[in-house]
Design a protein. Structure first.
Length: 188
């Protein structure tokens, strides 16, 4: 996050817990929640000092109440951050996000003729935020793993064999430099 902020990134999204993670063993899910809760509590004051606004995207309402409270408190306490938005994708999946957006459209009684890309985007978790320019996938996998699939339609992809805990600032710089050297055509 610090390196992204220092490089001028205005919005950074991190995948912390996917909807598919619920299928892991209970003790692993509990451990993941503990890691997330601990990180939120440990770093909120630093985020405030750095001018970072936390935005939680995903189905937070399905998480245990104590995790919901902790994450919502960080969101509220960082609301004034203006240097960067940190999207914490928690209990998130791109497909679930699109389903939730369609449900919101239906609930708003939008007519079929009113539904277009812009109208659907207004109901995504990231409404009002820019689309993804660069998607960095760590851990050696060569897929997007259901991450921001609408927003990343024209993102440049950079893959790293390093797992996230080992992905360092110089690795981030290398990914950004690779991105900067690409010619973006947006399908043209």
């Amino acid at each position: 996050m610090r390196r992204a902020r220092d490089r001028g990134v205005e919005t950074l999204s991190v995948y912390t817990f996917s909807t598919e993670n619920w299928s892991r063993p209970d003790d692993e899910v509990t451990a993941l929640f503990g890691l997330i809760d601990g990180a939120v509590r440990q770093h909120t004051d630093e985020l405030i000092a750095e001018g970072v606004r936390v935005s939680v995207i995903g189905r937070l309402h399905e998480a245990p109440p104590d995790i919901q409270r902790s994450i919502r408190a960080a969101e509220e306490r960082t609301r004034g951050g203006a240097r960067m938005t940190l999207n914490i994708c928690f209990n998130y999946s791109g497909r679930a996000e699109i389903i939730d957006a369609v449900r919101a459209l239906v609930a708003s009684a939008a007519s079929a003729s009113d539904v277009d890309e812009a109208h659907l985007a207004e109901h995504l978790y990231t409404a009002g935020q820019p689309d993804v320019d660069l998607l960095i996938r760590t851990g050696g996998d060569r897929r997007t793993s259901n991450f921001l699939i609408w927003q990343a339609a024209y993102a440049e992809l950079v893959f790293s064999d390093k797992f996230w805990p080992d992905f360092r600032p110089d690795d981030f710089d290398a990914a950004v430099d690779e991105f900067a050297n690409r010619e973006r055509r947006f399908g043209a």
